[in-house]
Design a protein around this ligand. Structure first.
Ligand code: NAD
Length: 476
């Protein structure tokens, strides 16, 4: 496993305020890497890391703390359910390509610090690899591999022509100045340039990264190739060939999915009581879109805590007041609420839109929402998923709920290739069409087969990837 950064004191001035400082809050398990080499195999399985003497409960513990093992387990279960042939199944249990890089950065103090970065391609059967870049101090190779696999399923589910990728740097960006973040981004881009490219692998923003960081990735790529390549990265500022609506797309997609699931469940969107964990890109934009649709956002949090108002929060007012990088915690005029309280709040819809692994077997019993819509990637552990299911709570899985971002990233890529840009109305209407179509297909499958929406989503996605695999055949 890669090394981490040397923790530094927060900068007194010039430090970026945008990124978060999560530390396994809200009962979120801190990812524990299981660094046990599996002889002759490229991936770890529960069997690989579990000596025969260990009990099944220990196996469950291992899986709970390792997103990669969870992802393999989910793949295995779905493969069994759709009777996937064993060759394709084995192929998909491996990431196509993993890259770990050292990223030396000269800090403002003059000291050189070496960060660890990763870029992973899980699969490219359906098209170039696509996935975000995360700056977070808990990033690990195991996490990046799991998130890359998740991207394979997400792109297949949305039926957009991409495989799955992910990247990340082990860094708490809040501790670096703007100049240091730029240097880190440019050096990281240069280190992963051997595997990214407009028809190979197209990065995008994720936790801790934003359009400015995408602009630096774009510029570094252009400077190296000697010409502008707008299709190499999505989530760029509009002034550099970014797409209208991309910044809001993931949150907007969450709202479209909430509208669709509410309709199916006979809930009126007007006045629907929604609680949102996370006030970053996804959380804030979901809140705004839901507010516009007439839903009532009654609570929101960020890493430090949050605000509650039974009468409803106006997110436009809140985010205008705190600014895009400020904290909502302690805002005057609202009751304070903790992240633990938010997850257990009496509401119609709960949207975890911050970290992975926040709804666990420790707190799932306390969830009182009728529907959980996963704005974040992997916010519900498998054990928590079972508990929510037994309580009759409907969970709209991440690979659908937060797919608005990758869908508009796809639009940005297409626009970049054509050098022809669409109006916002066209983007939102195409996004709505794709999200609603995907929701309807997995809703129908879940009703027909009496399975959860997550299982239905996984079956549709895996069947599409498997079909591509069969058609391609095996090289050479
Ligand atoms: P962001 O960095 O913009 O915001 C993250 C938010 O989570 C911040 O409000 C932060 O304060 C809060 N947070 C951090 N740690 C927390 C904790 N321990 N408890 C409660 N809140 C905490 O990130 P984002 O882009 O909004 O991404 C959020 C999630 O959505 C991630 O899981 C990401 O992978 C997923 N996602 C993002 C996109 C996208 O387009 N940005 C697309 C798909 C999925």
């Amino acid at each position: 496993m890669g090394g981490g950064m040397t923790m530094q004191k927060p900068k007194k001035s010039g430090a970026r305020k945008g990124a978060d400082v999560p530390a396994g809050g809200n009962g979120a398990p801190v990812a524990t890497a299981v660094a046990v080499p599996a002889a002759g195999r490229g991936t770890l399985t529960v069997a690989d890391v579990t000596p025969p003497s260990q009990t099944p409960s220990n196996t469950a513990v291992l899986r709970r703390h390792n997103l990669w093992l969870q992802s393999l387990h989910q793949l295995d279960e779905t493969a069994r359910a759709i009777k996937l042939d064993s060759n394709t199944h084995e192929l998909l249990r491996h990431c196509k390509r993993t890259l770990e890089v050292a990223v030396p950065v000269r800090l403002d103090s003059g000291k050189v610090e070496v960060f660890t970065g990763y870029r992973v391609h899980h699969n490219q059967f359906r098209g170039p690899a696509k996935g975000g870049i995360r700056y977070h101090h808990e990033v690990s190779m195991e996490e990046v591999k799991a998130l890359a696999m998740l991207m394979t399923w997400k792109c297949a589910l949305m039926n957009i022509p991409y495989g799955g990728a992910k990247g990340g740097v082990v860094v708490d960006p809040k501790r670096l100045s703007e100049r240091e973040i730029e240097a880190l981004t440019r050096r990281f881009t240069s280190e992963i340039m051997i595997i990214i490219g407009p028809d190979k692998d197209i990065p995008a923003p994720d936790m801790g990264t934003d359009p400015q960081i995408m602009a630096w990735i774009y510029d570094t790529y252009n400077m190296t190739t000697g010409h502008a390549v707008p299709q190499v990265v999505t989530g760029k500022p509009v002034s550099l060939g970014g797409s209208l609506g991309r910044v809001e797309a993931t949150g907007r997609g969450v709202s479209y999915v909430i509208a669709a699931v509410s309709k199916e469940m006979g809930l009126n969107l007007k006045g629907l009581r929604v609680a949102i964990q996370g006030s970053g890109n996804v959380g804030s934009n979901a809140a705004k879109a839901l507010h516009e649709m007439g839903a009532r956002v009654i609570a929101m949090t960020d890493v430090a805590g949050g605000i509650y108002s039974e009468g409803g929060i106006d997110p436009f007012k809140v985010f205008a007041e705190v600014g895009p990088k400020g904290t909502i915690t302690g805002l005057a005029g609202y009751k304070p609420i903790s992240n633990t309280e938010l997850l257990a709040l009496d509401c119609d819809i709960l949207v975890p839109a911050a970290l992975g692994g926040v709804i666990t077997d420790k707190n799932a019993n306390a969830v009182r929402a009728k529907i959980v819509v996963e704005g974040a990637n992997g916010p519900t552990t498998p054990e928590a998923d079972d508990i929510l299911k037994s309580k009759g709570i409907v969970v709209v899985p991440d690979i659908l709920a937060n797919a608005g971002g990758v869908t508009v990233s796809y639009f940005e890529w297409v626009q970049g290739i054509q050098y022809y840009f669409w109006e916002l109305e066209e983007i939102n209407s195409r996004l709505h069409k794709i999200m609603t179509k995907a929701f309807n297909s997995l809703w129908a499958l879940s009703r027909r087969e009496r399975i959860t929406l997550r299982d239905a989503a996984m079956r549709i996605a895996l069947q599409r990837v498997a079909e591509a695999s069969r058609t391609l055949g095996l090289f050479p």
